[in-house]
Design a protein around this ligand. Structure first.
Ligand code: NAD
Length: 484
């Protein structure tokens, strides 16, 4: 499917709301426009989804048959990998090579969850209950059934459009649900292609319903809809809370993958070569627009100067550019809105006395590029230290000992990821226990596997994606009893 075909498909989708422009963040040029689908389209999609679920065409298909379709989706994604990479890099500004590298992970989501389709079993219990009218025990056969939620709303952000879409669609389809799918308004392009391939692979009509529009219109209509039994959301903590409030009327089940302000502790016994390579990558890759980016670095006093110098040097060698520019490792911020937000944090810090070791400015060229920025002399009460910036901005603070480092790291309302760099085995294990985050990594950063659950503690989320837990969130447990 060519770019033009994707744009045509998007522009032909019915809509009743505002016209939404899609801007190329590397050039600030308009790629295309489309019409917000509006709440009526959400109503229609919910009715289609409910009817398709009740028809059983997908929900009652034997697991092995759903698995075949999921594997076929994975295969089609592989065949169209280059088109997906082009769409995501055009739409987000991420370097083309980065967009290409993610594609094998994306198709693997469908193969991985294809494997779970035949394993959605409950547990059997051999029970003797107390008799109601006599002292005799009553033999029971009890077991649990795992059943899909009927209509599920999937809502995700712009920072990794095809990755985020696949991470949700693959397990939700494997479970057997019917879906309302809403990509971010800034980045719907790869979702349009995925929607096309999902249908080509054999998912019946009505099961996957793509809705393109704003969060406050289409997204809000999905999360408030009485026929949507479950919502799975990836995005900011702020919107996550709105979704919880909106879901209250029908007590929708909600899972949330939210923001972070992840700490990175570098102890004086760390392998400094590795730490000073990975810690800067862990914040500046994708211009800091990754949920697990390590935006708060803490260096033990003995290596503090070395850490500040090493990270600043890497920040200055990070080549920013448009996806097609040779050798660029990072792209622009997604939008003018995000640029204003990131620069707002930096400017506020400057006027509050923060030291800008490097960066702190927008590049003097077209596109929403911000130079990787290293800040020291930061007060922990500052907004830029406490809130997720979602840009290429890192603060570096010193600490004296393990207790102080852990206390600083944990002093946040977020709990998505945390990292420790140390070669002391005991300390490595202590960090895994003591750091308060859903994903704690020692001597590595940005690690991921389809098999390993991922999710946030504290205000970084509810529930986990990936692995078995990633399909459990789309299944409800029913207890079944038979008196023998
Ligand atoms: P966002 O919360 O503004 O938007 C995310 C999605 O929600 C978009 O599709 C948007 O249209 C929709 N939305 C907005 N308002 C809504 C509403 N009232 N009701 C329903 N839907 C609504 O987030 P963003 O700026 O697009 O993405 C960046 C955020 O996503 C960051 O906070 C980042 O940490 C987070 N994120 C988290 C993970 C994770 O796995 N934990 C992964 C990627 C991104």
């Amino acid at each position: 499917m060519t770019l033009q075909a994707v744009l045509d498909d998007l522009s032909k989708r019915p809509g009743s709301g505002e016209v939404i422009p899609i801007i190329n963040p590397a050039t600030e040029e308009t790629i295309t426009e489309f019409t917000d689908c509006g709440p009526e389209a959400v109503d229609e999609a919910a009715a289609r989804a409910k009817a398709s679920f009740e028809s059983g065409a997908w929900s009652q298909l034997p697991g092995r048959e759903r698995a075949k379709v999921l594997r076929r989706i994975g295969q089609l994604i592989d065949e169209h990998a280059e088109e997906f990479a082009q769409l995501d890099s055009l739409n987000t500004g991420m370097p083309l090579m980065q967009a290409q590298l993610q594609m094998s992970t994306v198709s693997e989501f469908f193969r991985y969850y294809a494997g779970w389709c035949t394993k959605l079993n409950g547990v059997a219990y051999d029970v003797k209950t107390d008799g109601i009218a006599s002292d005799a025990y009553v033999d029971m056969h009890a077991y649990t059934l795992k059943e899909p939620y009927d209509v599920v709303g999937l809502i995700f952000p712009w920072n990794g459009p095809i990755f985020n879409a696949s991470a949700k669609l693959a397990p939700a389809l494997a479970a057997g649900s019917s879906l309302l799918v809403k990509p971010a308004e800034e980045t719907p392009l790869s979702a349009v292609l995925l929607d096309r391939l999902i249908h080509e692979a054999g998912v019946p009509e009505g099961v996957v319903n793509l809705l393109t529009g704003y969060g406050h219109t289409a997204g809000a209509a999905i999360t408030a809809h009485p026929d949507v039994e479950k919502a799975a959301f990836t995005g900011s903590t702020e919107v996550g809370k709105e979704i919880v409030r909106a879901s209250a009327d029908n007590l929708k089940k909600v899972t949330l993958e939210l923001g972070g302000k992840s700490p990175v502790l570098i102890f004086d016994d760390a392998d400094m070569d590795k730490a000073l390579l990975m810690a800067p990558l862990g914040i500046f890759v994708h211009s800091g627009q990754g949920c697990v980016c390590g935006s708060r670095i803490f260096a033990q006093r003995g290596v503090y100067d070395q850490v500040v110098a090493g990270i600043s040097t890497m920040a200055n060698t990070f080549k920013l550019g448009a996806p097609s520019e040779e050798g660029c490792v990072s792209g622009p911020l997604i939008s003018h809105k995000q640029l204003t937000r990131v620069m707002g944090f930096i400017d506020e810090g400057k006027s509050d006395g923060v030291e800008v070791v490097t960066g702190g400015y927008r590049l003097g060229r077209k596109g929403y590029f911000v130079h990787p920025t290293v800040l020291t002399n930061v007060d922990t009460k500052m907004r830029l230290y406490q809130q997720e910036i979602f840009g290429p901005v890192v603060t570096i603070l010193p600490f004296d000992d393990e207790d102080e480092g852990v206390a600083l790291a944990n002093d946040t309302t977020y709990g998505l990821a945390a990292t420790a760099w140390t070669q002391n085995v005991g300390r490595a294990h202590r960090m895994l226990k003591r750091l308060h985050a859903g994903s704690v990594q020692v001597n590595c950063q940005l690690v991921f596997d389809h098999d390993v659950p991922f999710g946030g503690h504290k205000q970084s989320g509810w529930g986990h994606e990936f692995g078995k837990e990633g399909i459990d969130i789309y299944l409800k447990t029913k207890s079944a009893w038979i008196q023998l």
